[in-house]
Each structure stands twice: as structure tokens, then as C-alpha cells.
Design a protein around this ligand. Structure first.
Ligand SMILES: NC(=O)c1ccc[n+]([C@@H]2O[C@H](COP(=O)([O-])OP(=O)(O)OC[C@H]3O[C@@H](n4cnc5c(N)ncnc54)[C@H](O)[C@@H]3O)[C@@H](O)[C@H]2O)c1
Ligand SMILES: C[N+](C)(C)CC=O
Length: 364
């Protein structure tokens, strides 16, 4: 092909709206701000109304280090009043959103009116499968960490435990011991491992999930209440719920609190069926000493992120994001940058010969 030369240009998409949640407010903002600015976009960041201050500070730091005015803009306010107009604004070329699946769906609908691209990092109800060949204490520690770290207020919290029926009793005994050892206190206290949940609204919501599970016939094996030693504040004990069916709300919906629900399995096939029994597809974990099995299970889990013999570690070199109703698009690494670039093909006619198609149509 000496007649044409083609090349590909990657260009900034333009002005991007970045809408972020209240959990990990600064981290979730930087996962969007850094790649969008690196791609050459101008950004409007709309942080959560529950946690805006660190994002305002981030903008202050950017100003101090010489980022030109107008490149990073912070728009504070409520979702319907500040986020929705951003999503539907004709001069905003793309929306990158992290938050609940319900809001993600509204944002996608608003952006669709303008045929505006969106990337969505949404909620989850991630499974953790524990096989019978494990070291019970190691597996119990990862299970506790995977669900109770930062109070379960993590999109990828592995909040559905699927444990082999042959070890369930012993495993739950150990798990309860691990959770009883978690220090719940004022986060400023030395050694604190679990503070309050984010707000009064969230506290009520978590307790409502627990009472609904009880009323649907589930058993609260551990926790489920305010810790006795903390008379005020939005504290909830790490909660383990058994006797769960797959139709219960606690099995199906994201709690975003320190609540783990448990089911047992007998075969690998059954474990996978239970794990994939969800509209979500963000994270999943498998714990087993059989690495071939881990590999097979990882490939069959319907999730964007799979952990083997751990749960939750997250690295900025690896793609982050979900499938199914957990969203689409990937953040971090080169994938994060690609979110803010559009791809243009440029083709140039480089031959000295006249085009001559009308003389010889076989040329193309
Ligand atoms: N997949 C991920 O990486 C990831 C990371 C963190 C949090 N999350 C999810 O975020 C959720 C918790 O965060 P949240 O409660 O702040 O979520 P949320 O959906 O209530 O709010 C997120 C953001 O959207 C804004 N918003 C609300 N309504 C809007 C509308 N109609 N139009 C535009 N913007 C609107 C809010 O003001 C906030 O800034 C959980 O579901 C969690 O799983 C996902
Ligand atoms: C993406 N992460 C795990 C840091 C926070 C999710 O809620």
C-alpha cells in the first residue's frame, strides 16, 4: 500500500463531567481527575454532597502547583441539582460516574439524549467462595476483611460467603471469633479497625436490611446491633447472617454496610451458580489451596475483578471495573487514560500518480 498512509491520533474527548460517591471521596475523585487531565481534557468534578471537602482541597492543591484556571472545576451540590444538569449538558462531552447502580442508570438515560459517552463504576454484591481444602484461619481472616473492611462501605465488598458444607460449622466458628476481635471505636482511637458508618441515613438503612433479613426467616449469627460499649454514633457490629435463601433481599441487594450473608455448597458447579446468581458483576473471590481449581473458577466467575486467596487488594496498574449492572468501562492504568481519549484515524493520499479510479476501478 504505497498509495495511502494511515495513522491513528488519540485526542482528548473534551470537557468531561466526573461524578463521584461519598465513599473513598478523594481516591474516587483522583481515579478520574488524574487520567482525564493527563489525557488533556478539562474536568468538572461533582463530588458527593456527603463528602465534598477533600475534593475542594484537591482543587486548592492543583491551583497551588500551577494548574491553569478552568482546567479542573469543582461543582458541589446535590445529585439532582448539580449532577443531573452536568450529565445532560450539551457542552459536556463525556460523563465518568462512580456511584450506585440506580443513579448510574439515570445518568446513562440523561447522557443518551445527547448520544454522550459514559463510563459507569457502580455497585456490587460480590461473592467469596471458600472451598474445603483451606487453612480455616487464613480463609476466615480474608472473609472478615473482604466484607468488614471500612465497614463494608466498599463497592467490591465480598458480602456473600459461599462456603463448602463440610467445613461450614468450624469455619463460621472461626469467622465469628475473628469478627469479635475487630476493635470498634472512635476512629481516632489507637488500634481502631471499625468506625461508624457514614451517616444517620446509612445507619438506618443497614439496620433495616438486617431486620428485613430476620423477618424473611434468616438467622443473625453474630452482630446485627449497635456495639454495647458505644452508646452514640452510627456504629453497627460486624454482622453474619445465615439461613439465607437466594430470593431474600439480603442475598440480592447491596447493603453497603458491615453485613455478610452465608450460603453453603457441595460442588464447584453449585458454588459458581450461587456466585453468579446476581445482577451485579464487580468483584469475586475464591479461596482454595488447589490453584488449578482457582484458575478454573476465576475464569467462570462473572465479575470484572477476581481475587484468589485474598479479597480487596487493588493496584493502580490493573484495570478496575465491573460487568452486568456493576457498570462498564475500566479505571486505572492505561485503561483509565483510554476513558478520556477519542480515537481518530487519519488517512493521507501519498502517491504521485493520479488517482485514476475512473480509468481502473480495480484500484481500491
Ligand atoms: N464500582 C466502583 O468502583 C465504585 C466505587 C465506589 C462506590 N461505588 C458505589 O457507589 C455507591 C455509594 O455511593 P453513593 O451513595 O454516593 O452513590 P449515589 O449514586 O447516591 O451518588 C453518587 C453521586 O451521584 C450524584 N447523583 C445523585 N443523583 C444524581 C442524578 N440524578 N444525576 C447525576 N448525579 C447524581 C450524587 O450527588 C453523588 O455525587 C455504592 O453503590 C457503591 O457500590 C462504586
Ligand atoms: C474502588 N475502591 C475499592 C477503592 C473503593 C470502592 O468502593
Amino acid at each position: 500500500m504505497e498509495t495511502f498512509k494511515s495513522y491513528v491520533l488519540k485526542e482528548p474527548i473534551g470537557v468531561v463531567g466526573l461524578i463521584t460517591p461519598w465513599n473513598y471521596p478523594l481516591l474516587m475523585a483522583t481515579w478520574k481527575v488524574a487520567p482525564s487531565l493527563a489525557a488533556g481534557c478539562a474536568a468538572i468534578l461533582k463530588p458527593s454532597e456527603l463528602a465534598s471537602i477533600t475534593c475542594l482541597e484537591l482543587a486548592e492543591v492543583c491551583r497551588e502547583v500551577g494548574l491553569p484556571p478552568g482546567v479542573l472545576n469543582i461543582l458541589t451540590g446535590l445529585g439532582p441539582e448539580a449532577g443531573a444538569p452536568l450529565a445532560s449538558h450539551p457542552d459536556v462531552d463525556k460523563i465518568a460516574f462512580t456511584g450506585s447502580s440506580a443513579t448510574g442508570s439515570k445518568i446513562m438515560a440523561a447522557a443518551a439524549q445527547m448520544v454522550k459517552p459514559v463510563s459507569l463504576e457502580l455497585g456490587g454484591k460480590s461473592p467469596i467462595i471458600v472451598f474445603e481444602d483451606v487453612d480455616l484461619d487464613k480463609a476466615a481472616e480474608w472473609t472478615a476483611f473482604g466484607c468488614f473492611w471500612t465497614n463494608g462501605q466498599i463497592c467490591s465488598a465480598t458480602s456473600r460467603l459461599i462456603v463448602h458444607e463440610n467445613i461450614v460449622r468450624e469455619f463460621l466458628d472461626r469467622l465469628v471469633k475473628w469478627t469479635k476481635n475487630i476493635k470498634i471505636s472512635d476512629p481516632f482511637e489507637e488500634g481502631c479497625r471499625l468506625g461508624p458508618v457514614v451517616s444517620g441515613g446509612q445507619y438506618e438503612k443497614v439496620l433495616k436490611f438486617i431486620s428485613t433479613a430476620k423477618s424473611e426467616g434468616a438467622t443473625i449469627l453474630s452482630g446485627g446491633v449497635r456495639p454495647e460499649h458505644l452508646k452514640k454514633g452510627f456504629f453497627v457490629e460486624p454482622t453474619i447472617i445465615t439461613d439465607v435463601t437466594t430470593s431474600m433481599q439480603i442475598w440480592r441487594e447491596e447493603v453497603f454496610g458491615p453485613v455478610l450473608c452465608v450460603k453453603t455448597f457441595s460442588t464447584e458447579e453449585e458454588a459458581l451458580e450461587l456466585a453468579n446468581d446476581t445482577h451485579y458483576g464487580l468483584g469475586a473471590a475464591v479461596i482454595s489451596n488447589d490453584l488449578e481449581r482457582c484458575d478454573r473458577v476465576s475464569k467462570n466467575l462473572q465479575a470484572g475483578i477476581v481475587w484468589v486467596n485474598c479479597s480487596q487488594p487493588c493496584f493502580c496498574q490493573a484495570p478496575w471495573g465491573g460487568n452486568k449492572r456493576s457498570g462498564f468501562g475500566r479505571e486505572l492504568g492505561e485503561w483509565g487514560l483510554d476513558n478520556y481519549l477519542s480515537v481518530k484515524q487519519v488517512t493521507q493520499y501519498v502517491s504521485d500518480e493520479p488517482w485514476g479510479w475512473y480509468r481502473s476501478p480495480s484500484k481500491l
